[in-house]
Design a protein. Structure first.
Length: 251
């Protein structure tokens, strides 16, 4: 790749990062409400399914990337009971809401919140038992770099876990899904929280995002073993779980 092409790619990544940051800073106050509405409250069941597959044991440690308002961070802390939890997000507005939830659950001594970049985690190799990312992998500038960072900071035998929107495979349902996502969901955003462009952008972020089989292959490519892909609700969402082995990322 030429220097000019590399420069253009870096500019595109930076532009996406800045745009996404602005989106989430602006929708933070109504983020939980809209998640409940646009997913028909299914996101809670999907996260519960993810926790069952992860089988978090008492004392386990985890980092929750792009943690938003910290629902998954809290679930991890409650399952671990005593293990150190880190929630990382680049939106301070989201973290502020999450901090209030954590305080209400009396988990503020167990959970540390950090404003940071999922592309470059401020932790040593082999630090955590789990690294998770929920409904955010499609929003990062370079999803492979984020997966490599997650793989880097978990211990050998630890799990890298992504819960994300995906692409339905059954054609009749797929057509209905895209009508809902492209037209109805932005309208709901405008009606309920007065944010049309932000919720118009969210479905657009799925267009170039890999489907559940392609994402599983990317997990394997970036050094994760025993990769599992679980389509959920007809493929509307998907859970991916990979185990860190002893081989290096990208091998």
């Amino acid at each position: 790749m030429s220097v000019s092409n590399t420069s253009n790619e870096n500019k595109k990544a930076k532009s996406k990062e800045e745009f996404v940051h602005g989106v989430f800073e602006s929708i933070a106050p109504k983020y939980d409400l809209m998640n409940n509405i646009i997913s028909f409250n299914r996101h809670k069941a999907w996260r519960k399914f993810a926790m069952k597959k992860m089988n978090v044991q008492p004392g386990a440690t985890a980092i929750d990337l792009c943690c938003g308002t910290c629902d998954w961070t809290i679930s991890l802390a409650q399952a671990s009971r005593t293990g150190k939890m880190v929630g990382l997000d680049f939106s301070q507005n989201m973290l502020d809401i999450g901090a209030e939830k954590i305080k209400q659950q009396h988990l503020d001594q167990q959970v540390e919140l950090i404003q940071g970049n999922a592309m470059s985690l401020p932790f040593d190799d082999n630090t955590f038992d789990f690294a998770t990312i929920g409904f955010a992998l499609r929003n990062v500038p370079d999803l492979e770099q984020v997966i490599r960072e997650m793989q880097r900071v978990v211990k050998p035998g630890g799990l890298v876990v992504s819960l994300e929107l995906s692409k339905p495979t059954w054609q009749p349902f797929k057509s209905i899904y895209y009508v809902y996502f492209r037209h109805i969901m932005p309208f709901l955003g405008k009606l309920i929280v007065k944010k049309y462009e932000q919720y118009k952008w969210l479905p657009e972020s799925l267009i170039s995002f890999p489907d559940h089989k392609q994402l599983a292959a990317i997990f394997s490519k970036n050094g994760l073993d025993h990769v599992q892909a679980h389509p959920l609700f007809g493929g509307v969402a998907a859970l991916h779980v990979g185990t860190k082995g002893n081989k290096k990322s990208g091998v």
